[in-house]
Structures are given as C-alpha cells and as structure tokens.
Write a protein that binds this ligand. Structure first.
Ligand SMILES: Cc1cc2nc3c(=O)[nH]c(=O)nc-3n(C[C@H](O)[C@H](O)[C@H](O)COP(=O)(O)OP(=O)(O)OC[C@H]3O[C@@H](n4cnc5c(N)ncnc54)[C@H](O)[C@@H]3O)c2cc1C
Length: 412
C-alpha cells in the first residue's frame, strides 16, 4: 500500500504540516486550488498573538452585537441576505460563551498558545529567525475610558497566566509608536507577543522549504473525499483522482463542505476581514498595534503598512465591499493622521471561524487516516506551527503532550 499523505490546502496550516511531515521522512502531496492566489495566510496582520487566550467574545460582549450590527460605520457587519444562514453558528457561539463553557475554551486555547511561538521558530532555520519574526510586542490602543475599563478582566486573566500587560499613558504611547499622534486614552503594551514581518514571505519560505524536502505541489480543487478499506480517495474538479494512505483537511474557511461529506456538520463559517497595504509608508514601527475601539490592526510589515481587520458575515462567495476599507482608513487616521487615503493594495480574506473560537485539530473519530486542521479564526497565523506539530505527531504516532480532546471534530 502506498504511504502517500495528501494535504488539502496550502495556507500556513497546510504548508507547515507538509513541512513537518517531510522533515520526518514522509511522502507528502500538498494540493491547492490556487497556489498563485492571495490566501488569508499571506495577507493578514501577522501578529503572533499567543497571549490572546481569551476568545473574541464573552457573554457580556455578546450584548453589544446588535448595536454593532445596527451601526453602519461599525467594523462588524452582517449582510442581511446571509443572516438566516448564520443562525446555527450564532447559536453555538452563544453556547460557547456561557461561563462554564468559556472556562474550557480558555484552558484549551492556552494549551496551544504555550508553544505557539517556539513552534514557529522550530520550523524556520535559525539564520532566518530575525527575517521573519520580531519579538517586539503589541500595543492595544484605547480611545475611550469605558472600553479600557471593560477589558480589565482580560488583563487580569492574562496576568494570571503569567503574561505582563503594561499600562502606558497616552503621551508615552505617542513617544513609543512612530506615527501615533492623537486619539489615545490609554494603551496596553504586551511585550510577550511577536510579529511576523511578512506573512506572504513566510508562506513562500515554508513552501520552498517543503518543496526542497520533496513535498509534491499539485494545483487542483478537491471536490469529493471517499474512503475504502485500502485508501482515502480525493476526486478533483479536473476529473483527476488521487489516492492516499492518510489525508489532512487544511482548507481554511473552505473546509466545511469536505468535512460535511465525511459526516460532520461543524459550525464553521467565515468572518471576512479587509485591509489595505501601503508601500513607502510615511512611518514605520516594529511592534504590532491594535486599535481596540475601532477594531482594526495597524501592522508595519516588510510588505508595507497594513491597515485592516473588522468582521463581515457574508459567506465565502459574496463580492467584497471594499468601501469598508475607506472607513478603516478613516478610523486609523484618528490615531495615525499621516496614513494616506488614496494609496495601497486592497484585499479581502476569509477567516476560517468556528463558532466556539477554537480550531478543529485531530483525527476522524472512526477513521485514523483522516485528519482535520482548520477553523483557526482570528489566530491561524499564531497557531499554524503548533497545529502542524500536533497533526504531524498524530500521523507519525509520536507522543503529543497536549490533550487534543477539546479540538475534536465531533464536539458539537
Ligand atoms: C484581515 C485579517 C487579519 C488577520 N490577522 C491575523 C493575525 O494578526 N494573527 C493571526 O494569528 N491570524 C490572523 N488572521 C487569521 C489567519 O490569517 C487565518 O486564520 C489563517 O490564515 C488560516 O490559515 P489556513 O491555512 O487555515 O487557511 P488559508 O490561508 O485560507 O488557506 C487555505 C488554502 O486552501 C485552499 N483550498 C480551499 N479549498 C480547497 C479545495 N477544495 N481544494 C484545494 N485547495 C483548497 C485555498 O486556496 C487556500 O490556499 C487574520 C485574518 C484576516 C482576514
């Protein structure tokens, strides 16, 4: 029997998994429907936010959602035509925020976050560490006293896990972050988090590394997954047919249909995000910046100055609404007035978002040949390397020091 492992999806999760498996001598085929496209993994804010153990929403912040949705200027939006389809997802979201469930979510996230950064370093050659990762921390900027106070419980929680958020006055924040000139009530600096200097550069680097170790790259769209006693079969849209001893589904937001064909109806949808990347920017800084009230990130990358974020619920296929980017620029200018209006490359990407804000990492409960690695939401860059390590260990039967039960595909 051929021992070929097929990975569907060459974003950062699939590519990192391919690399790890190749490093252990496995024969790997990495398939992607569009290697030359602009996947979510190559165009995000690049923050390795491993201190973000708290999920995006709590029971308290859920109450704000109707107000955000009613405000046309807010950075969270739900297209009316898609609202009905989101109901099961929102139902699972609400369930996950109940205090006893949220405790489990936080502990599970922490179990991944503990090695998220070292696992990134592990898959990059030592000489290249500084090219791709800067351990320069993140500034959270608060424009309102009320929002600063509302996040006190998150700071307390992070502190209880050993991270040390530092409260910074507005005047100090202006001195420390180039280009930041106005609008800050207070900032919080988390020295522990890190930044990927170029998400697209890292993706290319890891793909090249995997290729050099013999990973076969195959352009094709996986349409259907079937199983028999000997092989897992993948039918491609082209009509071609592949056979594998093991597969990994790592197709980001596009994984839901494949997983459904295998019998699991997971609450995976997409929180679409937007950004603009401006080359030759008027200023540069080396940390990450998140404007909490505006719900946007400003990243000074080697790819350019990237302003973006926000959440739009509209499904994978709806046409982008690039007008959202004009609003993001205006919000960023409230803090960084020299950000230009009229330059840059605009982009929309699909976060693969599970309703409970936890990825699916693990095996099919009744078929050990099938593995799942998707649904990393806002933290796919942060969790890519640690996910790849665990999936690789499952396939090679090596010991994994984290209990992956909380991430199983049939948890709903
Ligand atoms: C605006 C924005 C900012 C973000 N900022 C951050 C951040 O700062 N830090 C962080 O940790 N995360 C961030 N994220 C989230 C992060 O980018 C994602 O979680 C991550 O990229 C998901 O990686 P992935 O490999 O699962 O999916 P993707 O990168 O989407 O890759 C999936 C791949 O699968 C391929 N594919 C899909 N269907 C098929 C098929 N049927 N057959 C073959 N191939 C297929 C696609 O072509 C694609 O290449 C951000 C996201 C957005 C949108």
């Amino acid at each position: 029997m051929s021992q070929k492992i097929i990975i569907v999806g060459a974003g950062l999760i699939g590519t990192s998994t391919a690399l790890r498996l190749a490093q252990k001598g496995k024969k790997v085929v990495l398939i992607d429907k569009d290697f030359d496209g602009k996947p979510t993994s190559g165009n995000n804010a690049g923050i390795i936010a491993y201190c973000d153990v708290f999920p995006m929403l709590s029971a308290k912040s859920l109450l704000k959602i109707p107000f955000w949705l009613a405000d046309p200027k807010a950075m969270i939006a739900l297209r009316p035509s898609y609202a009905f389809k989101m109901i099961p997802w929102f139902y699972q979201l609400v369930k996950s925020t109940l205090p006893h469930n949220q405790k489990g979510v936080i502990e599970a996230r922490l179990s991944l976050m503990e090695t998220a950064l070292p696992d990134h370093y592990d898959q990059i050659d030592k000489a290249d560490h500084d090219t791709f990762i800067a351990k320069t921390g993140t500034y959270y900027l608060y424009q309102k006293e009320s929002s600063f106070n509302a996040d006190a419980h998150i700071r307390d929680l992070k502190q209880s896990y050993g991270y040390e958020p530092e409260i910074v006055s507005a005047s100090d924040a202006y001195k420390r972050v180039e280009g930041l000139e106005q609008g800050v009530y207070k900032a919080v600096f988390e020295k522990d988090s890190a930044v990927l200097k170029s998400p697209s550069g890292l993706l290319k680097y890891l793909r090249d590394k995997a290729k050099a170790l013999g990973v076969e790259f195959l352009q094709g769209e996986a349409k259907n997954i079937r199983r028999d006693a000997e092989y897992v079969h993948i039918d491609l849209a082209s009509g071609d047919h592949l056979m594998a001893s093991d597969i990994v589904i790592a197709a980001g937001a596009y994984s839901r249909k494949m997983v459904k064909d295998l019998g699991f109806n997971v609450p995976l949808d997409t929180e679409r995000g937007y950004n603009v990347t401006i080359d030759n920017p008027p200023f540069k800084f080396d940390c990450a910046v998140i404007a909490k009230d505006a719900q946007i990130a400003i990243s000074s990358l080697t790819d350019g100055l990237r302003v973006g974020g926000g959440v739009e619920f509209a499904g994978i296929n709806a046409a982008p609404d690039y007008g959202r980017i004009d609003r993001m620029i205006a919000l960023a200018q409230d803090l960084f007035p020299s950000i230009p209006n009229d330059r840059g490359v605009r982009w929309m990407g699909c976060r693969p978002s599970m309703a409970d804000d936890m990825p699916v990492i693990g095996r099919h409960p009744r078929d050990r040949r099938i593995n799942f690695a998707f649904g990393h939401g806002h933290l796919g860059m942060t969790m890519a390397a640690v996910t790849a390590k665990h999936i690789c260990n499952l396939i090679t039967d090596d010991k994994t020091n984290v209990d992956l039960t909380a991430f199983r595909v049939d948890r709903f």
